[in-house]
Design a protein around this ligand. Structure first.
Ligand code: SAH
Length: 295
């Protein structure tokens, strides 16, 4: 029904509410020209039957403005003078097919991965690697997450349902926040490293995503003023999930987080009552550490 490529950029207002200057890659970091060996590892679905992927790209429950934005989006938005990026749509489709093969089955999530131009979130020096299934350096010793793990975490959090308000801890370069914005009505994302918060703003601004708000702060405290959340994703690993985040989950909502130090696993925590949560341990993974405070 909709050309998948038309999702970005979205011709609406700013992503942050902090100004509307036309954005371009700021070049404020200089990552090494290598892909890091990846994050989350083997997926939980090696036994699952993989459905052939056919890709609808529609927000699960888009806000009015977001769906209007999608309807008005231009058909060929990723205009780039760089020939390597001219083929990014096809390469991205191949990336999504690999993610599906690894076990992510939620077609809405796969559609969102296909809609977001990952190459726009990484340094040009690494753009040739933008669609390999690996995490990549984004500066400040942090990484953009591997596409598989991004899809997997959102799939687990969404659980096939509608997402209203979602919180992400660890904006990094903004990639996962952009993917989430295709699937949730409202997305809030917090980053503790100021230059990365600025980087994400610059990366996201040209995409004009009206249902995404970026915050600079310590995500371990959550965002009480916007709680409760229908889903929370942590993009950094702590030894445990901060209680503040558990308290900001709506009852019935799910939180997905990497937990551990050298050995890490994804944890799915569901709030089942006012003071009751269940925890399920999923597959192994490898994330950068969750740290308190801001820098
Ligand atoms: N979501 C990103 C991944 C970023 S890597 C993506 O789309 O690829 C994880 C990020 O979590 C880093 O930028 C790191 O600075 C951030 N982080 C770690 N601890 C945090 C905290 N307490 N609050 C907010 N961000 C935090």
């Amino acid at each position: 029904m909709t050309d998948k490529r038309s999702t970005f950029p979205l011709p609406l207002s700013s992503v942050t509410g902090n100004g509307n200057q036309p954005g371009s890659k700021p070049g404020i970091y200089a990552p090494a020209k290598v892909a890091t060996p990846q994050t989350a590892t083997r997926n939980a679905a090696h036994t699952a039957v993989i459905q052939p992927y056919s890709a609808p790209v529609r927000a699960a429950s888009p806000s009015k403005s977001h769906s209007q934005a999608m309807a008005r989006a231009q058909p060929a938005p990723i205009a780039s003078p760089r020939p390597d990026l001219m083929v990014s749509d096809a390469i991205r489709r191949a990336m999504v097919a690999r993610v599906a093969k690894q076990g992510v089955q939620d077609s809405m999530v796969l559609g969102a991965l296909e809609a977001v131009p990952r190459h726009r979130f990484i340094d040009e020096a690494l753009s040739a690697q933008a669609y390999i299934d690996a995490s990549l350096p984004i500066g400040h010793s942090q990484t953009i997450s591997q596409p598989y793990i991004v899809g997997r975490m959102i799939e687990v959090m969404r659980n096939g349902g509608k997402l209203g308000r979602v919180l992400e801890i660890g904006t990094g370069c903004g990639y996962q926040a952009a993917v989430l914005s295709c699937l949730a009505q409202d997305v809030y994302s917090i980053e503790r490293i100021k230059p990365l918060h600025e980087l994400a703003k610059n990366n996201l601004r040209p995409m004009r995503i009206p249902n995404l708000r970026l915050h600079y702060g310590d995500g371990m405290l959550g965002l009480p003023q916007a709680a409760p959340f229908d889903g929370i994703i942590l993009a950094a690993a702590g030894l445990e999930v901060p209680q503040a985040l558990l308290d900001q989950l709506a009852i019935g909502a799910r939180l997905v987080a990497p937990v551990g130090e050298r050995v890490q696993h994804l944890q799915l925590i569901t709030r089942i009552g006012k003071a009751e949560w269940t925890t399920e341990t999923l597959e192994g993974c490898h994330f950068v550490p969750l740290r308190s405070g801001t820098i």
